[in-house]
Design a protein around this ligand. Structure first.
Ligand code: DGL
Length: 265
């Protein structure tokens, strides 16, 4: 059976475009509608209650677009709001934390590093997801809040980004961990700066490809795969012109125009 409805993808800003990009590569025959809640960014420094309220509002908006599945391309929202989203939506909801933990365990033989927003680290969601797969795993975590505005600024490998990465990541150098989970969808954009800070012995775990694989399996399992031309719509809740420049740096020349939307209260 073919299901031509779109897949909804959601983040606080541009970070989820790293997941969208992997989804488009893996599922070229699907249509995607991406919502960046740029009016409320950052989510990572806000309380779990506020993030859940924002996530429910964004998901409700996408549900109104008639989506067949929601991909929560935001670790902070996945860590705090996944149960509430699953309860409220009558469609499959896929978060990024469990796939990220699975990828880390696959790569790592020793202590695992985790960098994420303050909200994600404080939630303990990654620590739980990793230990569910490997009970004796040691997870060393560090919030890196300045990485989100640096990514939103498009300073992916800027000297300032390298300097900030050097300060944040000093505890992850010298073989202390063998892998480092990029537990915020903004962070893969800063991969070069992060890799330079931790050195070549640390494998950087980006969950985007694993998430895309999980989405493909779920679509096939639920018999809701699309077989069309594919395509992407990009929606943001603030500053489309500003975000368009950064979106093009991530998605390339085919980046569609960004549309401004307002989320109902
Ligand atoms: N990209 C989001 C994440 O994966 C959150 C960034 C933010 O709004 O703080 O956690």
């Amino acid at each position: 059976m073919t299901d031509t409805r779109s897949i909804g993808v959601f983040d606080s800003g541009i970070g989820g475009l790293t997941v969208l990009s992997a989804l488009c590569c893996r599922l070229p025959e699907e249509r995607f509608v991406y919502l960046g809640d740029t009016a409320r960014l950052p989510y990572g420094t806000k309380s779990a209650e506020t993030v859940t309220r924002y996530a429910l509002r964004a998901a409700g908006f996408l549900a109104g677009e008639g989506i067949k599945m929601l991909v929560v391309a935001c670790n902070t929202a996945s860590a705090s709001a996944l149960p509430a989203l699953e309860r409220e939506l009558p469609i499959p909801v896929i978060g990024v934390v469990t796939p990220g933990a699975r990828a880390a365990v696959r790569w790592s033989n020793g202590p695992i590093g985790l960098i994420a927003t303050e909200g994600t680290v404080a939630s303990g969601a990654y620590q739980r997801a990793v230990r569910a797969l490997r009970p004796d795993a040691e997870v060393r975590s560090r919030p890196c809040p300045l990485f989100v505005p640096l990514a939103e600024e498009g300073w992916f490998d800027h000297p300032v980004t390298r300097q900030v990465a050097g300060i944040y990541l000093q505890d992850f150098t010298g073989g202390v961990v063998d892998s480092l989970i990029l537990g915020c969808t903004h962070y893969p954009l800063l991969k070069s700066a992060i890799a330079a800070a931790v050195g070549p012995g640390v494998h950087l775990v980006d969950s985007a490809t694993v998430v895309a694989e999980e989405v493909a399996e779920r679509l096939a399992g639920d018999e809701i795969l699309g077989h069309g031309e594919g395509g992407v719509r990009l929606l943001v809740t603030d500053a489309p012109a500003r975000i368009a420049r950064i979106a093009a740096m991530i998605l390339g020349d085919d980046t569609p125009p960004l549309q401004l939307v307002d989320l109902p209260a």
